[in-house]
Design a protein around this ligand. Structure first.
Ligand SMILES: [Zn+2]
Ligand SMILES: [Zn+2]
Length: 380
């Protein structure tokens, strides 16, 4: 079986099995059906993470990574090693790249200037975007990651995939969406989100809306949890040493980050934070002030409430870490980008475009946004 990348693993912070594949620990028992779905039981911490079809996941992920690498040239499309050197030019003058590990030579489709700068903190949020499928207003699940300090986009992915994949990875809409919580009070919202996770058929099985492609369209829609594991795997290959991760409040984003950077979290060298924000005035420059700590959800997460004039934020450390960081953490980079995105006509017409086309537009707009940041850093 092809198991390059672990997805079936204990995902509990503090457990000795965190990030270890099934073959690496005697504490696992599987499949376990106690929760009504096939799960991996970790006897060391008592958790029951849902089981995935590891082979189907690995097959899809390998193709996804290979495609990303051959387009961008940031790592090797064969062995995923990041150590590459410039290796002359092909007859049309485009730069070729060679892997220093396996010696593979390839010509990246995008010829980007320079290397990506190592971020200190990675901030990731989800966004739901309409597309034209078998009827209007089908929905795409988008993941956006940023350098939280510099503000540039690091990676964009959607749950549309152009690659073949196994049936267990496919998103299936059952007709009932989780209610939108945007209008409730921030503290209540955290509580209600946690309740939503528990109401799911499994914690990672979000029902975010209908997503049926056009008849005869190529490609397929992935379960968002699968898209998230692919998304963070790319970031992990690019930035294995980034220690601080900020995510919006979604249980499977937590699972994907902790799995992908498991070595760091097992050694207690990483920090993973949930953040919720309620920004009513983005021109306030007062310092954030700590209000109180409350516990929420099944896992009794310790959420800190902070205030800054009319603005409020809730911050939850998921893996310990420096509590002093809470004051400075935010979802600012994603907020700025999303605000900018909704001013781009190419993007706001997405309701008339296919899922594949919307994905391409998001990628090209992210590139435009990064270029604008480089040319006008003071305007940010
Ligand atoms: Zn465990
Ligand atoms: Zn290689």
């Amino acid at each position: 079986m092809l198991t390059l990348f672990t997805i079936n693993t204990c995902k509990s912070f503090g457990c000795r099995n965190l990030g270890l594949p099934i073959s690496a620990s005697a504490d696992y028992n599987w499949p376990d059906f106690r929760l009504g779905f096939p799960a991996l039981h970790c006897r060391a911490c008592g958790s029951y993470p849902p089981l995935f079809d590891e082979q189907q996941f690995n097959e899809w992920l390998s193709v996804y990574l290979r495609t990303y690498a051959s387009e961008n040239g940031h790592f090797c499309p064969e062995c995923f090693c990041q150590k590459t050197i410039c290796y002359g030019h092909n007859p049309r003058g485009t730069q070729r790249v060679q892997c220093r590990m396996c010696r593979k030579v390839w010509t990246p489709k995008q010829q980007k200037p320079g290397k990506i700068v190592l971020p200190e903190r990675i901030e990731t949020v989800a966004l739901i975007v309409p597309f034209q499928g078998n009827s209007t207003e089908q929905k795409l699940y988008v993941l956006l990651s940023f350098d939280a300090v510099r503000g540039n986009v690091l990676h964009v992915s959607t749950n549309f995939t152009q690659h073949d994949m196994g049936e267990t990875l496919r998103y299936r809409w059952r007709g009932i969406a989780e209610p939108d919580l945007l209008h409730s009070d921030i503290v209540q919202r955290v509580d209600m989100r946690e309740a939503q996770f528990l109401h799911r058929s499994q914690f990672d099985e979000i029902q975010y809306g209908s997503a049926v492609l056009k008849r005869n369209a190529k490609g397929a829609m992935l379960r968002p949890v699968i898209a998230a594991h692919g998304h963070f795997r790319v970031l992990n290959i690019l930035f294995p040493e980034v220690r601080i991760h900020i995510i919006s409040h979604e249980s499977f984003l937590r699972g994907a980050v902790i799995t992908v950077w498991a070595d760091l979290f097992r050694q207690r060298e990483g920090e993973l934070w949930f953040i919720e924000e309620e920004i009513n005035d983005s021109n306030i420059y007062l310092p954030w002030e700590f209000q109180r700590t409350t516990q929420h959800g099944w896992w009794q997460g310790q959420w800190q409430l902070w205030a800054q004039g009319k603005n409020r934020k809730m911050v939850c450390p998921l893996t310990g870490g420096d509590r002093g960081n809470a004051k400075t953490l935010s979802l600012t980079a994603s907020r700025y980008f999303i605000h900018w995105l909704y001013q781009q006509p190419k993007f706001t017409h997405s309701t008339q475009l296919s899922a594949g086309r919307v994905t391409q537009i998001l990628l090209s707009l992210a590139q435009d946004y990064n270029d604008e940041l480089i040319t006008a850093p003071s305007g940010y």
